[in-house]
Design a protein around this ligand. Sequence first.
Ligand SMILES: NC(=O)C1=CN([C@@H]2O[C@H](COP(=O)(O)OP(=O)(O)OC[C@H]3O[C@@H](n4cnc5c(N)ncnc54)[C@H](OP(=O)(O)O)[C@@H]3O)[C@@H](O)[C@H]2O)C=CC1
Ligand SMILES: O=C(O)C1=N[C@H](C(=O)O)C[C@H](O)C1
Length: 250
Amino acid sequence: MSKLRVAVLGAKGRMGSEAVRAVEGADDMELVAALGSEDPRNTLTDAGAQVAVDLTRPDAVMGNLEFCLANGIHAVVGTTGWTEERLETLRGLLAASPGTGVLIAPNFGIGAVLTMRFAQQAARFFESVEVVELHHPNKADAPSGTAARTAQLIGEARRAADLPAQPDATTTALDGARGADVDGVPVHAVRLRGLVAHQEVLFGDEGETLTIRHDSLHRSSFMPGVLLGVRRVPETPGLTFGLENFLDLD
Ligand SMILES: NC(=O)C1=CN([C@@H]2O[C@H](COP(=O)(O)OP(=O)(O)OC[C@H]3O[C@@H](n4cnc5c(N)ncnc54)[C@H](OP(=O)(O)O)[C@@H]3O)[C@@H](O)[C@H]2O)C=CC1
Ligand SMILES: O=C(O)C1=N[C@H](C(=O)O)C[C@H](O)C1
């Protein structure tokens, strides 16, 4: 069987360099290009890439995807910064390239995917909920894509259960003290030297609390998810949002 021809964008970055090693170590894949910010995108077509893994920056990913979709290259995207508006633009690009697949994974770690699923399940049972994400201080965006997605899933589950807005009697606060409001859920971002990627989802109700915590202690934790995405995306045209769609969680 011929090997999947894979390119990594952002190849010199923290995640990209790990992805380069993972692709090189996969028996069914061949790393055909490893691009940094200075490399022209046509390196991808010249190398005959079938799947591009984007681990760049929120301000770079859309241009990369435009190029990939215009050239029928499937994409596995770990880069963050996805708003509904950006997703809509991407859906438009995909409509013009119907056989091509894009996976956007807010988090490739199985523990993080499970955290989101468990939080979604717990959401309707608790009056209060807050999300705290904790990352290394070189991270460009806040809150993390994972925290934003977690809060969105919780918000959807609360609405589906007809829960009211959660109680919060704060009338005076320093700016930012209550975190960012994502879909009615306060999200707090910690940046601390020594950390990699961590998240706590705190639920509370009368007389009890529930904490769901996940820790990525090394970026190798994301690599099985990246490789799964690379294997599955060529057979999955259109937009897939979330690695859970490629996992049998139920
Ligand atoms: N989904 C997931 O599981 C995970 C997602 N991430 C996300 O991945 C992204 C990257 O994170 P991280 O590796 O820590 O960031 P880094 O800053 O370490 O790496 C980003 C790399 O992308 C390069 N780059 C920027 N623009 C382009 C471009 N147009 N083409 C090719 N390369 C480019 C940068 O090069 P230069 O320095 O020259 O600008 C840099 O080497 C972030 O959005 C982060 O949130 C991170 C971890 C897990
Ligand atoms: O930048 C990071 O490091 C990470 N980014 C992703 C995010 O924003 O959710 C995934 C993980 O948290 C690590």
